[in-house]
Design a binder for this molecule. Structure first.
Ligand SMILES: *Cc1c(COP(=O)(O)O)cnc(C)c1O
Length: 479
């Protein structure tokens, strides 16, 4: 759904900031220092690495708060009855969740593990949106007894809930998750009930047949992730509104909420995208316009509450990974290019056969989203030799597929120099796995510039805590 942007002339200024300044339109001129990342929120990267070790995940509390505040403002100014629910799976480090909760976000969870986590973060059951394709009977019973917002994914779950309601002689509030064609490919039909194929309506009829055991409170959809097309949300909202209105007409139900899920993009760049994120990612306000525009066509007294479960758009840019170069290698078959020497004019494109590479101390096991996204990689200090060369960036795992960037332009650097990856705040930590080495510490830079550990670096005791060695293998071991 690529639409051509209308031409708007650049404003010629001396400054590099501002949407339309000429300098910003020239992707080869991004300002003097944008190729290095010396500080994060004012704290020198070198100090962070010296104090907490490398690699190190760093989160900016300021950016987290700015992101959620701007998102709330964007939506609430257009549609006051909006609430954000923090998508736990995007990043469920408790400190991160609690920043969002302190900004008024409730919790959105997709498993019982996440449900427990949200409860322990002080979130009441009624302020938890319970999603996910696999909810156990125990999980559903708990969520129902605590008044959580259960978003039913499938027929089996719907019938199980009806059984629970019958057995317990009570009624259970639910919403149903819907999948629909909002013009985004692929359509995520794995989750929920199809709108266009009539399944969502059949589920609603089944709910009506429960005669009050199941109460339909809302409709949910989550159309995908990193959606660059705000209009898709308008389409999705309109389809849910139509379904909601049909519930009113057929059963006299006034649904309390529509849940448009998440999927707003962060300023990250897909591998195949030529343009940098800044040029392809619409601002959050465009999404607010699209969704609020659809909802505001309803008469005032029929406007439901809007829930949003935005994940990556709120946390990705708040996260950095500091790494160190541990080896400089020549990977090609033919003549070396001397990175540290005076190879003044590097060719614009370096074929694999003459490549050089840096090995860094972080692997794809902690940068899983690097499968899809091309992280920005910047040296943590200005280098005397600032000319850039294309290099390959290898992770530190004993696997050939452990490549963080196939090619990135970097100045000549040496072992011990730091590189900063950004944005890496979404999904990388929750999807990381312990493999070969310990996962790194995670710190957060507070609003006052204080740096606090929010997750310790792993150690042998942590990794082995759940292991058990059978008695007969213990003899002779050294404690
Ligand atoms: C993962 C997920 C989200 C968050 O998605 P983002 O693309 O990170 O905004 C929201 N809702 C549901 C149901 C999800 O599974």
């Amino acid at each position: 759904m690529q639409t051509l942007l209308p031409y708007s002339p650049p404003t010629i200024t001396r400054h590099l900031s501002g949407q339309n300044s000429a300098a910003n339109r020239n992707r080869h001129a991004h300002g003097l220092n944008s190729n290095i990342c010396e500080r994060i929120d004012g704290v020198p990267v070198a100090d962070l690495a010296a104090r907490f070790g490398s690699p190190l995940f760093v989160f900016s509390e300021r950016t987290l708060r700015e992101k959620i505040q701007r998102a709330r403002e964007a939506f609430e100014s257009r549609y006051p009855n909006t609430r954000f629910a923090w998508s736990y799976k995007t990043n469920y480090l408790n400190a991160i969740c609690r920043v969002f909760h302190s900004e008024g976000s409730i919790a959105e969870v997709v498993s019982e593990f996440e449900y427990e986590k949200a409860r322990r973060n002080g979130i009441a059951g009624r302020d938890i949106i319970f999603n996910g394709p696999h909810k156990t009977r125990a999980g559903l019973e708990l969520a129902a007894s605590e008044g959580a917002m259960i978003q039913v994914d499938n027929w089996d779950e719907l019938l199980l809930l009806d059984t629970i309601a019958k057995e317990q002689g009570r009624s259970i509030d639910i919403a149903i998750r819907c999948w629909l064609d909002a013009g985004i490919q692929p359509v995520w039909s794995k989750f929920g009930f199809g709108v266009e194929n009539g399944e969502a309506w059949r589920a609603i009829r089944r709910i009506a047949e429960s005669r009050g055991r199941l109460n339909l409170q809302g409709l949910h959809t989550h159309i995908g992730t990193y959606i660059l097309e705000p209009n898709a949300y308008k389409v999705a909202a309109e389809k849910l509104i139509t379904l909601m209105e049909r519930c009113r007409e057929s059963y006299g139900w006034a649904l309390k909420y529509l849940n448009l899920g998440g999927g707003f993009p962060s300023l990250s760049t897909l591998h195949y995208s030529y343009q940098p994120a800044e040029q392809v990612v619409p601002p959050i306000e465009k999404y607010a316009e699209a969704i609020a525009g659809a909802l505001n066509t309803l008469p005032r007294d029929r406007r439901p509450r809007l829930y949003l479960e935005s994940g990556r758009a709120l946390v990705d840019e708040a996260g950095y990974l500091i790494t160190s170069i541990v080896a400089v290698k020549q990977t090609g078959a033919s003549g070396p290019i001397t990175l540290a020497g005076k190879a003044a004019k590097a060719p614009a494109y370096m074929p694999e056969s003459t490549g050089s590479a840096y090995v860094i101390d972080a692997g794809i096991n902690i940068l899983y989203s690097g499968n899809w996204y091309r992280f920005n990689v910047k040296p943590a200090k200005a280098l005397r030799e600032s000319a850039q060369h294309p290099v390959k960036l290898y992770g530190c795992l004993c696997m050939n597929i452990d490549v963080i960037r196939e090619q990135v332009s970097l100045p000549a650097m040496t072992t011990g120099d730091h590189l900063v990856m950004h944005p890496v705040g979404a999904y990388n930590f929750t999807q990381s796995m312990q493999f070969i080495t310990y996962r790194p510490a995670v710190v957060m830079i507070g609003l006052d510039g204080r740096v606090e550990i929010i997750r310790e670096r792993e150690n042998l005791d942590y990794v082995q805590r759940l292991e058990r060695v059978p008695e007969h293998l213990l003899c002779g071991s050294r404690e």
